[in-house]
Design a binder for this molecule. Structure first.
Ligand code: C6P
Length: 423
């Protein structure tokens, strides 16, 4: 059986689950006390997006009630206040991720835009004909397509680290792909389709020995483990705020200053310039060089209390609780006749992909929804993973620290309803 360890959980740093009062925590999330189809909501689609605590909702409402103004532009008080709050979150993030400076934190629209920014800006300048870029079989489409587009344009070659039947990367294959031609590596930290925690530390170590830049897609790791970008040693780390209990429409790109400095702007427009004339435009300094136009101000400001919230809970306690719940969920799924798990990775975080024998995942998802249980079904924007496992789609359950064992029991009961309907 694979170890269902939460991403990056530190051995020997056990925290009692009783210290983690999930019922108190649930009071902070108003949506968890609502009903769907007349049934209490059981939200198990956390890999798609997480729910928001009241402090985040309040902050966004407060912004619109008391602060709303454009940033970096006005001499008036509201604009200054909005700018201070917005830049305050950048500072907070830099400290949170242990970046060496807030200049290394770029706000984007999401993980997808952050990867596109790097592929477009770094890639178009530094990738040339015949160069090779390594990604893995476990990537989300947003870490495949931008690199494919770049390779097509530059006549470069995309190399893909193989995955085994368990959903683990073939690390021997990875090492065999490294060569003089390798000019960039972009890998997912935790697979959104199978929950596999990839050995990104090993990938980064091998890349560093050869001076190859590495981007880590942290869309599914940042909410389950503490990320220290300097300890990790990656050059770029990207994630979406909406998966970290914060508003939608905000992404974060951490980039090493040395690399960001030598990258050209991604988009042109307001705020990213130092001066503009028809003859010549000069660009703003970091991080503004990469933030053209009015950003999602309230979204960024809403990320501040989300960071405070999870820091107050603490990742030791979060991981310990989530790990316990993940193991519990796995036992239930493995012990239910007719359930087929897809992938048994060595280290798993938050996610199980499964199928019910003879039942299409979409039907499973629809009937669970009628019972109040929200899961995701489909290819999870990871079609190569589906193809590798020989299935068109799976049902996916993904947990968070606000889920309970009672909810997992109810989910298990609801699976029996699905079997009954299709008997
Ligand atoms: N995965 C899921 O249900 P955006 O859409 O830009 O916020 O995130 C894209 C993305 C990139 N990488 C990984 C590993 C992801 O999981 C996601 C988003 C969601 O699995 C929506 S498809």
């Amino acid at each position: 059986m694979s170890s269902a360890k939460a991403a990056g959980s530190a051995p020997g740093k056990e925290v009692s689950t009783s210290a983690f009062n999930v019922h108190e925590i649930r009071k902070d999330f108003p949506i968890l006390h609502t009903e769907v189809h007349g049934k209490p909501l059981v939200y198990l689609d956390n890999a798609a997006s997480t729910q928001k605590p009241q402090c985040v909702i309040d902050k966004v409402a407060e912004y619109y009630s008391a602060t709303n103004a454009n940033i970096h532009r006005g001499v008036h008080l509201l604009s200054q206040k909005a700018t201070l709050e917005y830049e305050g979150v950048r500072e907070k993030l830099a400290a949170y991720l242990n970046a060496s400076s807030s200049k290394e934190i770029i706000f984007t629209r999401g993980t997808t835009e952050a990867i596109n920014l790097v592929a477009y800006s770094y890639g178009r300048k530094y990738i040339h004909e015949g160069d090779e870029i390594i990604i893995s079989y476990l990537e989300h489409h947003s870490n495949i397509v931008p690199w494919q587009m770049l390779c097509e344009e530059k006549k470069a070659v995309l190399k893909v680290i193989r995955m085994d039947d368990n959903g683990d990367l073939d690390m021997d294959h990875f090492h065999s792909l490294l060569s003089e031609k390798t000019k960039f590596i972009s890998v997912v930290h935790v697979s959104n389709a199978l929950g596999t925690v990839n050995p990104v530390e090993e990938i980064i170590r091998a890349a560093k020995e050869r001076g190859i830049p590495v981007l880590v897609d942290g869309a599914q790791s940042v909410q389950h483990q503490h990320i220290d970008v300097r300890a990790l040693g990656c050059d770029f780390f990207v994630f979406s705020a909406h998966k970290l209990y914060a508003p939608t429409g905000v992404g974060v790109l951490y980039g090493r200053k040395e690399l960001l400095e030598k990258m050209p702007p991604y988009q042109g427009g307001g705020d990213m310039i130092a001066s503009v004339s028809f003859e010549k435009t000069t660009y703003n300094e970091l991080p503004y060089k990469f933030e053209a136009g009015t950003p999602n101000i309230e979204g960024v400001i809403g990320l501040g209390p989300a960071l405070d919230y999870i820091q107050k809970l603490g990742f030791d306690a979060i991981q310990n609780y989530e790990n316990d719940l993940l193991v519990y969920t796995g036992k239930i799924l493995r012990g239910t006749p007719g359930v087929k798990l897809l992938g048994e990775p060595k280290v798993r975080s938050s996610v199980y992909s499964f199928q019910l024998e003879g039942i299409h995942p979409h039907d499973t998802g629809t009937i669970l929804d009628l019972e109040g249980v929200a899961i995701r079904t489909g290819h999870h924007c990871a079609q190569p993973v589906m193809k590798r496992l020989g299935v068109p789609a799976t049902a996916r359950v993904s947990i968070s620290f606000y889920n309970t064992k009672e909810e997992i029991d109810y989910f298990a009961l609801s699976l029996q309803k699905v079997f009954e309907v299709f008997k």
